[in-house]
Design a protein around this ligand. Structure first.
Ligand code: MG
Length: 254
């Protein structure tokens, strides 16, 4: 019995070796397509060569006011722009599906208020419905400011708490690097695949390829509504605290 079992094991082993020897390591090499060369900047804050510049420091030509589609009225100065409270949300002229986005923002050093009323803005990863609709990555002073965890800086508002709080002090520039995969809908409006997002805050991973449960809702649960390619939107929150600023915004379509 032992002999038979040994013979069969030995035969199997020999066959495995023969099989491995008949294969070539080249069998599993893939040579095409060849990834396009994109010269990466030395400074990681500089846009890669194939990025679309959404704000390069001079003007808001790539942005419009959401409510009436007029030119964006936020204030440009010193290579950045600041929310002009009361003029409303602004969004990109161009619509996007899947992308990599870099955006920098600064809570003013003289910030006042507390909770959600302290430097509140937001990056809507897809602006839907022409108003407040979409998926909000929260912008807020969360350096030393208590609020609900799923509403602090880096949260997907009222859906996902950031993995850590990587906030810098008011007065210091902060960055979000975002990889957004848009939701896909069936003909009847049902969700084929939900939106996914990965976010780095100041270079620290805070959202790791999470699947959103729907559009941001202030009251009630998130719900998906069918949409196609959508602009990126920035929030004029309307609270009385000093306005926040943005700079160096670029996007790479994927
Ligand atoms: Mg907000």
């Amino acid at each position: 019995m032992f002999k038979i079992s040994c013979i069969s094991t030995c035969l199997m082993f020999t066959a495995l070796i023969a099989n491995a020897q008949s294969r070539n390591p080249k069998d599993t090499e893939v040579w095409t397509p060849v990834p396009k060369i994109v010269s990466a900047p030395v400074d990681s804050q500089v846009a890669p060569a194939d990025a679309i510049i959404l704000f390069g420091g001079k003007n808001l030509n790539e942005w419009i006011t959401v409510k009436d589609k007029s030119a964006a009225k936020w204030t440009v100065s010193d290579n950045s722009f600041t929310v002009k409270k009361g003029t409303g949300n602004i969004q990109t002229k161009k619509a996007f599906t899947n992308y990599q986005l870099h955006i920098e923002w600064k809570i003013p050093v003289n910030i006042t208020g507390e909770g959600q009323a302290r430097g509140n803005s937001g990056v809507f990863l897809a602006s839907t419905g022409g108003g407040d609709g979409g998926y909000e990555l929260q912008v807020l002073d969360s350096y030393n400011n208590v609020t609900y965890s799923n509403g602090q800086a880096g949260s997907i508002y009222k859906q996902f708490i950031p993995l850590v709080n990587a906030s810098r002090k008011p007065g210091e520039w902060q960055s979000y690097d975002i990889i957004w995969t848009a939701p896909v809908f069936n003909e009847d409006g049902s969700v084929k695949s939900g939106a996914r997002v990965t976010v780095m805050h100041n270079g620290v991973l805070i959202q790791n390829n999470i699947e959103l449960t729907g559009e941001t809702a202030y009251i009630g649960p998130p719900v998906y509504k069918k949409h196609g390619p959508s602009p990126i939107k920035l929030q004029d929150h309307g609270d009385p605290s000093p306005a926040i600023s943005f700079r160096n915004i670029w996007v790479r379509e994927l």
